[in-house]
Design a protein around this ligand. Structure first.
Ligand code: ATP
Length: 267
């Protein structure tokens, strides 16, 4: 049984139907990417899975149980965390407060354990817990948004355009982090316009056009498809995701996220 299964899902805003008869599955431990141009429906799909939008028709099954009528908080409790497009961290709040909000649907007793997990991935956050999130750069805020999503101990992480508005140097780091999350057993649905980079780390992909899936398959097949190459692979470069690259990630994240702190540490 797939971890998540969408069957014939249609979603709209008022009378404007955006997603039409979408069938999609997520198997445990996969990175699956959603590709498509602006407005193709990727964010709408992520919102439908996390519960911010309700489908007009169709079923969404989590571990075989229908969830399409459940409110977002209940879906979060069951293991679906959404890191929305544009990050939407609370700029006036501290790192600690942002992380705490991500944990609101989980048991208080789990918080310390989750903080330890997040600090393992982002060691510098431990030292920056009292800093105001709004002072961070775009890439740093994206990392914090992902860390916040991880506080609920998700089975599934929905990442909507994590590379958007992030400096090129940090984009590769974010993609390597996503690979590391998969190694931790988290299943990932990654909406991306940066098709080449997304396919270079994903197991499978779905291509959306005007709210419909027009192509789906293993990432290797999509990368080799002339159709995809012509329309979506014009820009960007693949991300190097070797084991050693992954192992060095924590240290590099520190450097890239908080260069001043690293320099101070070296002084
Ligand atoms: P992007 O990366 O630009 O967000 P996307 O593939 O995620 O693109 P969606 O944001 O899901 O696309 O948008 C799909 C369609 O739904 C677009 O035509 C968009 O104009 C429309 N749409 C999105 N949000 C709303 C809304 N709140 N009300 C009405 N229409 C909307």
């Amino acid at each position: 049984m797939p971890l998540l299964e969408l069957k014939n899902v249609s979603v709209g805003y008022g009378r404007n139907r955006v997603l039409q008869n979408v069938d999609l599955t997520l198997e445990r431990g996969e990175i699956v990417t959603l590709l498509g141009a602006n407005g193709a429906g990727k964010s709408t799909l992520a919102k439908s899975i996390s519960g911010l939008l309700r489908p007009e028709a169709g079923t969404i099954l989590l571990d075989g149980a229908p969830i399409e009528a459940l409110p977002p908080a209940e879906r979060l409790r069951r293991g679906i965390a959404h890191v929305p497009e544009g990050r939407q961290i609370f700029a006036g709040m501290t790192v600690a407060e942002n992380l705490e909000l991500g944990a609101y649907a989980s048991q208080e007793a789990d918080h310390a354990e989750r903080l330890e997990f997040v600090w393992t991935l982002f060691p510098i956050l431990r030292e920056r817990m009292k800093d105001i999130a709004g002072n961070f750069s775009g890439g740093q805020q994206q990392m914090l948004a992902i860390a916040r999503g991880l506080m609920s101990k998700p089975k599934i992480l929905l990442l909507d355009e994590p590379s958007l508005g992030v400096a090129p140097l940090l984009v590769g780091e974010i993609f390597r982090l996503i690979v590391r999350l998969r190694a931790q057993g988290i299943t990932i649905l990654l909406a991306e316009q940066n098709a080449r980079q997304a396919l270079s780390i994903a197991d499978r992909g779905y291509v959306f056009e005007n709210g419909k899936i027009t192509l789906a398959g293993p990432s290797v097949d999509l990368l080799n498809s002339p159709d995809i190459a012509e329309r979506y692979l014009g820009m960007g470069s693949a991300t190097e995701v070797s084991g050693s690259a992954s192992a060095a990630l924590a240290g590099r994240l520190r450097d890239v996220m908080f260069p001043a702190a690293s320099e101070a540490g070296q002084a």
